[in-house]
Design a protein around this ligand. Structure first.
Ligand code: PLP
Length: 386
């Protein structure tokens, strides 16, 4: 049919030549997905089963990222979410109902804890917190209605490495699922499924992205039952991820190995150097024996990454520790981590039953890709200003 130029803007006659092949995965954007005829229209989330139906469930770019994360984590299927925190809430909404009980380690990522206390409790779900170093004694915290046991290893800020196989064995015998936040290990240095975990999540925002320029999360499962539950809830929560961000994550994967190797080496050197400093009481780096659960890191992990904490000696005031952080020049102050820039954040941890009494003396460092000797000089200069 004949068209005016205005209609040609929407329905062009031109066709790009076929056969283009490049090294960069294509970025497919799209909300509407076209169906060949009226009868084939359907709103099914499981695009592995029925083909593409709607942008919410992922374009080819999203599903390529999902498949690659899944491959690296040795899982069955992976969902991509708009951020790591969305991955956490997706898992909780998919598996919990009123009357259920969940267990969360005291060392868990703070917004994860806050979600359980402020949202799950509001929906009639019982929440218990357990000491992260508990191992097989998780038994004493399990109830008849325990549905999920969350793990995060190492924990956020306080860095306890957990005995996941011991927790998993007891939990699975009791009929509950083991969920792991595997962000610190980038889904690489801890093989969750061979250590008994049922569901993993990570903030792709961190090491997969690697450049502090987007937020994405992933949830990976080992079986179809979990895949079905998560898929149905992913649809209802409307957790669409941007294909543009997914293409950045796919680019991040290409350099993940070299970034992790460089960061591991630099972080270890700095952690060891800091552990010799008189101002520092304790270095909480999983690869150092001073970190709670170090033996489980040695047994179960194949490497370490760039986030660790230092605890200052008891005589240092909060003001002195803030002077240390504020004096740093290469280390910037800010949330999130795993980018190329080193970061430092001072915390003041209120006392809790299963948390060590570090209070205002703890500072978390993220080691980036700056030269290690420059970072060491920055730390040394700032320590001398305390
Ligand atoms: C950052 C982080 C998250 C949340 O990720 P976002 O993408 O920032 O929402 C979850 N867990 C851990 C351990 C994190 O460090």
């Amino acid at each position: 049919m004949s068209k005016t130029w205005k209609t040609k803007l929407i329905h062009p006659d031109v066709h790009a030549p076929e056969g283009f092949e490049s090294l960069a995965p294509a970025t497919h954007r799209g909300s509407t997905v076209l169906f060949p005829n009226a009868a084939s229209v359907q709103d099914t989330w499981d695009q592995h089963a029925v083909g593409y139906t709607y942008g919410l469930y992922g374009t080819p770019t999203t599903l390529e990222l999902a498949a690659r994360v899944c491959e690296l984590e040795n899982g069955y299927r992976t969902f991509i979410t708009p951020g790591g925190q969305a991955a956490i809430s997706l898992i909780n909404f998919a598996f919990l109902k009123s009357g259920d009980h969940i267990l969360v380690p005291e060392s868990v990522y703070a917004p994860n804890r806050k979600f359980t206390v402020e949202v799950l409790r509001r929906f009639g779900i019982e929440v218990g917190f357990y000491p992260p170093t508990i191992g097989a004694n998780i038994q004493s915290f399990l109830q008849k209605n325990t549905r999920l046991v969350w793990c995060e290893s190492p924990g956020s800020i306080t860095m306890e490495v957990q005995d996941i196989p011991a927790i998993a064995e007891v939990t699975r015998k009791a009929g509950a699922l083991v969920v792991l936040d595997n962000t610190w290990a980038a889904g690489i240095y801890f093989d969750a499924f061979t250590h008994g975990v049922d569901i993993t999540m990570q903030a792709l925002t961190k090491y997969v992205g690697g450049h502090s320029d987007f937020l994405l999360g992933s949830v990976t499962v080992r079986d179809d039952a979990a895949y079905q539950k998560l898929g149905a809830m992913h649809q209802l929560l409307g957790f669409a991820a941007s294909p543009d961000d997914c293409s950045l994550a796919l680019r991040g994967l290409k350099t993940l190995a070299v970034r992790l190797a460089a960061i591991e080496k630099s972080a270890l050197a700095l952690a060891q150097w800091l552990s010799q400093r008189p101002e520092v009481e304790l270095v909480l780096h999983p690869a150092l024996p001073t970190c709670p659960g170090h033996e489980f890191w040695r047994r179960d992990f194949t490497g370490s990454t760039g986030v660790f904490s230092i605890v200052f000696q008891k005589n240092f005031t909060k003001e002195q520790i803030h002077t240390f952080v504020n004096s740093l020049q290469l280390f910037k102050i800010g949330y999130s981590w795993a980018g190329v820039t080193s970061l430092a954040v001072a915390y003041d941890l209120s006392p809790r039953p299963h948390r060590p009494d570090y209070t205002h003396r703890i500072v978390r460092l993220n080691i980036g890709l700056e030269d290690t000797s420059d970072l060491q000089a920055d730390l040394a200069r700032s320590l001398s200003k305390m």
